[in-house]
Design a protein around this ligand. Sequence first.
Ligand SMILES: [Zn+2]
Length: 146
Amino acid sequence: MNSLRRRVRRLEAIVFPYQKPRVRTEQDIRYDELAVNLLNRIDPVYADAIRIDCQRLAAAKEAGKGRLPMSNLNFGFGCTVRDHMISGTPLEFPGVVAEAYASHPNTSLIPLVQCKTCTYSFPWGILNQPFERCPLCGGDVVGKSH
Ligand SMILES: [Zn+2]
C-alpha cells in the first residue's frame, strides 16, 4: 500500500507539478527598478532584443516548456544589473558591451574582465578583439573568472 501511495505521489508530481508561487522580495523589486532604468537608457536595438528574449522566456514558461536558456545579451544585461546591486559597479550597458555579449557564441561561457578603476565587468573582447581599456572610463582591464 505504501509503495502504491509513493508511486501515485511520484506520478502526481510529474503530471501536476506543484509550484509554490514565488514571493517577490525587496531585492526582486529593486532589481526590476534598476533593470527598467537601465533598459530605458541603452541603445533601443539592444533594449528591444532583451525585451523580446524576456517575452520568449516567459511564453515558454507559461506554455509549460520549462526554463529555456536566455540569450547572451539578456544574460549580460542581467549580470550588469546584479553586479551593480551587489558590488556597486556602474549601472551602464554601452553598445560595445552589449555587442560583445550578443556576438559571443551561445554555447560557451563568456570570459569576463574587470576595470581596475571603476570595477565595471564586461566580456573580455568583441569578435576576437580584446578590450584594451574599460569602455566606460578608459581604465586598465584585469582578467576575472566567469
Ligand atoms: Zn572603468
